[in-house]
Design a protein around this ligand. Structure first.
Ligand code: FMN
Length: 394
């Protein structure tokens, strides 16, 4: 039986004003940590931070099971996006991002965690097992990331032209390397070619009626009471435009406008970054999602916003052309722009009660976890920024 403690973000269900206020809630909510409860109750509480992870179209493609001190993380195939993400790559990344939030929340409340990522493909979608330990793991660095969780947002509005602070990009590269993932700034000399790939990706995706229908299906009105999907305000749409946009997508193709806007963004953004992994597979997608979330949280802590220019990565032919342009030996997983901008409102989340499908207070079989070996990124020629990162950091 799921425990019935309300999560800090259950308020989303009650409409727009409450959605705006949710960033203020966690501090009060934190005080209800079940100090006297067992590990299962604690894990259930910590899931309130896991569910704040980003996911493509805000599909929130995760479910969880808790048994004693172990939480199992499942990919929810019923929330797959066959047009935008046919292989479930971004779906798996979103689950990786949720895992990081859970671990940071555990550290904040005084618990280390150990993680087992399942290598084989499982029909039930099981991706990983995370176990809560008695050992403490708190550090100021982790705490900074934890505090950023409820403030992180995808910001699709224009970002201003200010440079990120000195040293931040280097810090982000380090953050990614902790998960065995590379983050590489796109150099000025590569910008024009990258911008053209982004624009071509927009044309190919928006020209597809399937892609437009999927996007429309996950689009929401600004005063939505639904707990998933993208309210129009997240893309800067007025109340009327948020209602009309998904309807218009049935008849009109916004490819040209989207491509032009994204081309300019790829050219003009100060920090344009590509995250890539040594290989392409389930384990790497989880690591990429974990690295993405760490990078986003570190950037959030520094007052920056991020949004995505993923079109060339979502289309296999463009992905390999992107790799060539970047001279990348790894496999690109996500492209981000980072910068300063106006505050944006949070998007809704399904409460823990909806994503936790089983809770057993006691563990029936205390099977040891096959702990994950740290993924070690193969050496790759350093860019000028990376050269500043000490080689001992992985
Ligand atoms: C793996 C991944 C890929 C994403 N790709 C895109 C994208 O291509 N375009 C976009 O606008 N947002 C993208 N997003 C952002 C989601 O739409 C966003 O996280 C979601 O709507 C929830 O909003 P929030 O990030 O403000 O919490 C992506 C998120 C993830 C985790």
């Amino acid at each position: 039986m799921p425990l019935q403690t309300p999560g800090p973000f259950a308020a989303h269900a009650r409409g727009r004003d409450m959605i705006v206020d949710t960033t203020g809630l966690p501090a009060a909510f934190e005080r209800s940590f079940p100090v006297w409860g067992g590990p299962a109750e604690r894990l259930r509480f910590l899931l309130s931070w896991a569910i704040l992870a980003p996911s493509r179209h805000n599909a929130q493609p995760w479910t969880f099971e808790i048994e004693g001190d172990e939480v199992r993380v499942y990919a929810d195939a019923s929330r797959a996006l066959p047009a935008a993400d046919p292989d479930g790559r971004e779906l798996t990344m979103a689950c990786g991002a949720a895992m990081v939030n859970l671990q940071l929340a555990a550290a904040h409340f005084g618990h280390a965690t150990s993680v087992e990522v399942l290598r084989e493909h499982r029909r039930d979608g099981l991706l990983a097992r995370i176990r809560l330990e008695e050992r403490r793991a708190f550090t100021p660095e982790l705490e900074e990331l934890f505090q950023a969780i409820p403030h992180r947002r995808t910001n699709r509005l224009p970002l201003d032209g200010r440079e990120p602070p000195d040293g931040l990009v280097t810090q982000l590269l380090r953050e990614a390397r902790r998960e065995g993932v590379w983050l590489r700034p796109v150099e000025q000399s590569q910008r024009r070619a990258i911008a053209e790939l982004v624009a071509e990706g927009d044309h190919r995706q928006w020209d597809s009626a399937r892609f437009r229908a999927e996007y429309a299906a996950w689009s929401r009105a600004n005063d939505t009471t639904r707990l998933d999907g993208m309210p129009g305000y997240a893309s800067g749409r007025s109340d009327a435009a948020a209602i009309l946009h998904p309807l218009l997508l049935r008849f009109a193709n916004p490819a040209r406008a989207e491509a032009e806007r994204d081309r300019q963004r790829a050219l003009g953004t100060r920090a344009l970054l590509v995250l890539s992994t040594p290989r392409d597979g389930k384990e790497e997608w989880i690591a990429a999602g974990e690295a993405l979330q760490r990078v986003l949280l570190r950037a959030t802590a520094a007052g920056l916003y991020a949004s995505y220019l993923n079109q060339p990565i979502e289309l296999p032919e463009l992905r390999s052309r992107l790799r060539d342009v970047l001279g990348e030996s790894g496999v690109p997983q996500i492209m981000l722009r980072l910068g300063y901008g106006l505050q944006v409102r949070p998007t809704p989340r399904r409460p823990v009660e909806e994503v936790l499908r089983r809770l057993e207070v006691r563990s029936r079989r205390p099977a040891p976890l096959a702990r994950r070996e740290p993924v070690v990124a193969q050496p790759r020629p350093a860019t000028s920024v990376e050269a500043a990162v000490p080689s001992t950091v992985h």
